[in-house]
Ligand binder design. Structure first.
Ligand SMILES: NC(=O)c1ccc[n+]([C@@H]2O[C@H](COP(=O)([O-])OP(=O)(O)OC[C@H]3O[C@@H](n4cnc5c(N)ncnc54)[C@H](OP(=O)(O)O)[C@@H]3O)[C@@H](O)[C@H]2O)c1
Length: 342
């Protein structure tokens, strides 16, 4: 066990896309597990797009961070010392630990502690396909969109953990799954590794035509992870009475000002009689067990695949986060902090 706790803290508020210099690395003492608490060592840190808004106090329930504040985030961790009745040494957990190598918790709800079964799949999957992003995708597909056999289901950020999982779950329900992603390599992963029927690179000039060709019967469900002009374009190709799952607005997350984005012309949404369904994963946390009962067998059977984009040291978390927030990640962004077992 290391003799210090490495933390990544805020150095200054990002201006637009985050940069490495917006963060600082500090060493603190490893916290002690007092009565009713446990000490955990972090193994994998999840990097997620919502963190950009959380740092600036724009994400639900998060206060704007100041210089020296620990960056918030979720980790897969292992309990290494426990004075808590429900957590034993050796237990694997997911915990809102922050960007650091150790954490102490009393197991209270604010820490979002959830035990994980190390046999359910790779431990790291608890941050991706079998974690919050997977639950998001499942809630959008199963609980909101509920597409029918033969429907055409389109999803953006399709190589990522939310989009990739959503398309595969829709495909498992008998839909035609079409991804939209920002590079040819991402599109290759979406088709070859995730098994979508097609994927369109929206950075090509002719992408709207390519989308029409990929969706010969129009679009029944659009699972939107990006917002912005892509949402307007896809709405033009939506079938009458189609559904739009409003999940993410990543094209807007790097803005500095809440008013700093263009609105949408709502006419086409009306013309299509579209149903716009907002999705917040927090509403589904109490359905995590139901989700895992559905998803774990699919992962084990190789029918729900995922791709990871890892950095190897906690000190590299800022650069890896900058990579995510510029859209350069390929798959679930995460940082390896320590070995899976000691
Ligand atoms: N509603 C909820 O409760 C909930 C829960 C979890 C996640 N989400 C949202 O779901 C979306 C996907 O999350 P994820 O974790 O699966 O992320 P991700 O796909 O791993 O990463 C984000 C991706 O967004 C795309 N992107 C499009 N425009 C971008 C821009 N201007 N800047 C940066 N990236 C851009 C990039 O892919 P391309 O190159 O393919 O464009 C990038 O790789 C995000 O919007 C996230 O906030 C919502």
């Amino acid at each position: 066990m290391a003799d210090k706790n490495t933390q990544v803290q805020l150095a200054r508020q990002p201006d637009g896309e985050p940069k490495v210099s917006d963060f600082q690395v500090a060493e603190t003492d490893i916290p002690a597990a007092g009565p009713g608490k446990f000490l955990a060592r972090n193994i994998y840190l999840s990097l997620d797009p919502y963190m950009r808004g959380a740092i600036s106090g724009r994400h639900m329930g998060h206060s704007r961070l100041n210089q020296g504040d620990l960056i918030g985030g979720r980790c897969v961790a292992q309990v290494i010392e426990s004075k808590h009745a429900e957590y034993a040494e050796g237990d694997y957990i997911v915990i809102e630990s922050g960007w650091q190598s150790y954490c102490v918790s009393d197991g209270a709800a604010k820490d979002g502690v959830r035990k994980i079964d190390p046999n359910a799949g790779p431990l790291s999957a608890a941050l991706g396909v079998l974690g919050m992003p997977g639950l998001t995708a499942w809630a959008g597909v199963e609980k909101l969109a509920d597409p029918g056999l033969g429907d055409t289901f389109v999803v953006t950020a399709a190589a990522g953990p939310v989009g990739g999982t959503a398309g595969q779950l829709a495909k498992a329900k008998g839909c035609r799954a079409v991804g939209i992603a920002g590079s040819d390599e991402k599109c290759r992963i979406v088709v070859e590794e995730y098994g979508f029927d097609a994927c369109v690179n929206y950075k090509n000039d002719d992408w709207e035509e390519a989308l029409k060709e990929a969706c010969p019967d129009g679009i029944d469900v659009y699972f939107d992870n990006v917002g912005g002009p892509i949402l307007d374009t896809i709405t033009q190709q939506l079938n009458l009475y189609g559904k739009i799952i409003l999940c993410g607005l990543v094209s807007q997350y790097n803005r500095n000002d809440d008013n700093d984005f263009a609105g949408h012309n709502m006419g086409p949404f009306v013309g299509k009689r579209a149903q716009l369904l907002g999705l917040v994963v927090y509403d589904y946390y109490d359905q995590m067990d139901e989700f895992l009962r559905a998803a774990v067998p699919l992962v084990k059977a190789g029918r729900l695949n995922f791709h990871e984009d890892r950095a190897d040291r906690i000190e590299d978390a800022p650069a890896h986060f900058a990579k995510l927030m510029s859209g350069q990640n390929v798959g679930k962004a995460m940082v390896t902090i320590g070995p899976e077992s000691l």
